[in-house]
Design a protein around this ligand. Sequence first.
Ligand code: DAK
Length: 270
Amino acid sequence: MTEPEAPHRICVELPAPGPDGPVEAVALITLDRPEVLNALDSETMRQLVEALERLDADDACRCIVITGAGERAFAAGADIREMAEATPVSLTRVNTFARWEHIRRVRKPIVAAVRGYALGGGCELAMACDLVVAADDAVFGQPEIKLGVIPGAGGTQRLTRALGKAKAMELILTGRNLPAKEAEARGLVTKLVAREATLPAALELAAQVAAMPALAVMAAKEAVNRAFELSLEAGLEFERRNFLLLFGSEDQKEGMRAFVEKRAPGWKGR
Ligand code: DAK
């Protein structure tokens, strides 16, 4: 007996195979529940994690963009209807935290292209990405307090690291939304663009990253992320080890030779 097909929750566009494609080596994942502002129910999270893991293992993909379908939202949070009757036991059985842990472990860079609402789990997903391109009408926030809970997918930690204690505390304790302009001024957003330019700008940024040598990109992502977790001494040690390791790569030889020979490098990802 065949399993019934899971409902479609995301759309995945694989990287173009060659230089003729629109954006080489960049994959696009679209959260696709616009009727509920792309609310992240557990099936969406399952499909998202599955897609990310597949792309992380695919050599043809060197950068991933995540966006939301429709005009109104990146994602307005976890699906409140689904969550309303949850219990500690049901949440533990589904092991929802593990899904977010998988996202954290993706080695390739991820760009969030945020239009409209990025609230609750949507804001947490954007913050779990490495780069955030936001429309000038984007709205970030952690409104969980208004539902009787607190952020559960890293909001109290990542928002505080991004904005500092004073602002993060205000936003999390009051549930106030953070407009895109303020989010950018406070360092939550990489690049602020006009609404219609959001996805093209995110794809362009992703293409720039994808054009860099893959091993160095992954090492750089990991090292920057370690800055949030390690002491300065341990972080510097981590950086040094990876710096040394990259001198064992073909791409380091190629990159430096190409500079000396005044030509463009041809990266191999080795
Ligand atoms: N869940 C379910 N449906 C949602 C939704 C959500 N988060 N957000 C919006 N919708 C649905 C609305 O119910 C509505 O559906 P219909 O009534 O048409 O059937 C439709 O989307 C359009 O929304 P509105 O009619 O409300 O549109 P408005 O323009 O009036 O308002 C809004 C837009 C974004 C201000 C409003 O929809 C809103 O306040 N939405 C909820 C935002 C929110 O509170 N987000 C945080 C949710 S809590 C965890 C990991 C993560 C989380 C939890 C656990 N573990 C690992 C365990 C995360 C928790 C959260 O995100």
